[in-house]
Design a protein around this ligand. Structure first.
Ligand code: AMP
Length: 419
């Protein structure tokens, strides 16, 4: 299944392709057609499932196919529990809507009210808001919610946990009765079901398995080995265990190409997938890999964003990533949907500090296993090794956090990061 089959417009397909996504995730496959069809929805999906694109893409399309009567007042409202999430969703709306004519604004606490009011006055089609600050704007008359056609409640269970239920109800009272409402929540608890019952009209219900707890589900092992013997060890492991579908991560595009060539010489059917390859070449490699024509797929972190494979059994870190979070994303490619997964990391001397960072992030030390015949010439003991310095390049996710938290304006007392 590809994005085209979901019935998305050309501008959205282009934005998706710019992101390097090849296939819709399970939640996108289910949610996008139903939302395009105008249905209400109750979806259980956690962060990491692709849920944001799952509602943003069809929302943008619905807005573009329905007339706005030439007015620029909010036609879509997305409520989130925290300003960090609002900023992330805002980024997604900008990313996926870059070929669409809409203007989006974010409204959350902790930053200037006046600036937001000015932006609202200038005209906004899509509003991303935390409930508290939105209500402030409602009571000050700086926002008009009477034209909202689509309402999204993101991370609804967290909003209820944070005590936003009364705020949400007050906001509902300002919205038109006739609208499309989409609720996203990690759980279908009783309070969520009750809220759904009052807000939704014959909703489609969707559930997808959580993804982000990979570190708990995936069996992880570290093989200490000298750098120059890594490739040999990798071929040995694949052959010895007769692994048939292995995703291997390298740090660089060049490294990915070189490793793929070497593995091919070892007689393993291998393809490489990275940012220098065309979308078509990447799609072909992925298809061959999925269908078993290619046994080993070598990828860089960036290219792997476009890979969505259910039941991928093995992930190998040929080199550890510089950023510990990327390790979690990498191993999250396996062990999905209750299947067992195995993540193997080949680490040489210089990578010990990166391993220390990863173990800190995971709050667990990883099992080390020296493979007979591949004994390293260094001591793999990490207890005396200092953590690696974090790399200078800022990460996208952190950037959006910084932006959302960059204001020196005081936060609402006691509100923490709530709006
Ligand atoms: P979310 O669950 O919405 O927080 O998304 C998790 C991550 O998945 C984000 O970094 C998205 O960029 C990425 N993503 C969303 N849709 C896809 C897709 N179809 N293929 C690959 N990655 C995706």
């Amino acid at each position: 299944m590809d994005f085209q089959q979901l019935g998305l417009a050309a501008g959205l397909l282009r934005a998706v392709s710019d992101q390097g996504y090849i296939e819709p995730t399970p939640i996108q496959q289910k949610a996008i057609p139903a939302i395009l069809d105008g249905q209400d929805m109750l979806a259980s999906a956690q962060t990491g499932t692709g849920k944001t694109a799952g509602f943003t893409l069809p929302m943008l399309q619905r807005l573009s196919t329905r007339s706005s009567n030439g007015r620029r007042i909010p036609r879509a409202l997305i409520l989130t529990p925290t300003r960090e999430l609002a900023a992330q969703v805002g980024d997604s709306v900008t990313t996926y809507g870059k070929y669409m004519p809409f203007r989006a604004a974010m409204v959350y606490g902790g930053v200037s009210f006046g600036g937001q009011a000015r932006q609202l006055r200038q005209g906004v089609d899509i509003l991303i808001a935390t409930p508290g600050r939105l209500l402030d704007h409602v009571s000050q008359g700086t926002v008009d919610l009477s034209a909202v056609e689509i309402l999204v409640l993101d991370e609804c269970d967290r909003m209820l946990d944070m005590g936003f239920i009364h705020d949400i109800r007050k906001i509902m009272a300002r919205l038109p009765q006739e609208r499309q409402t989409l609720m996203f929540s990690a759980t279908f608890s009783k309070p969520i079901q009750q809220l759904a019952h009052t807000l939704l009209n014959s909703p489609v219900q969707i559930e997808v398995a959580p993804r982000n707890t990979a570190a708990e589900r995936v069996e992880q092992v570290v093989h200490p080995v000298d750098r120059h013997r890594k490739r040999e060890l990798l071929s040995h492991i694949i052959g010895f265990h007769n692994w048939q579908q292995v995703l291997v991560f390298t740090r660089t595009k060049h490294g990915a190409n070189r490793l793929a060539e070497q593995l091919a010489k070892d007689g393993l059917k291998t393809a490489a997938i990275h940012g220098n390859k065309t979308q078509a070449a990447r799609a072909r490699a992925l298809k061959d890999f999925k269908q078993g024509r290619v046994r080993v797929l070598v990828a860089t972190d960036v290219a792997s964003r476009g890979i969505d494979i259910d039941q991928l059994p093995y992930v190998v870190n040929f080199e550890l990533p510089n950023v510990a979070e990327d390790y979690v994303h990498r191993i999250g490619r396996t062990g999905r949907a209750g299947n067992e997964g195995r993540a193997v990391s080949l680490i040489c001397d210089e990578e010990l500090p990166l391993l220390v960072n990863i173990e800190r992030l995971l709050k667990q030390s990883l099992t080390q296993d020296v493979v007979a015949g591949y004994e390293p010439s260094f001591s793999p003991d990490t207890s005396t090794v200092k953590a690696a310095r974090s790399p200078g390049k800022p990460r996208r996710r952190q950037q959006s956090h910084r932006r959302s938290g960059s204001s020196s304006a005081p936060r609402r007392a006691g509100a923490g990061t709530r709006g």
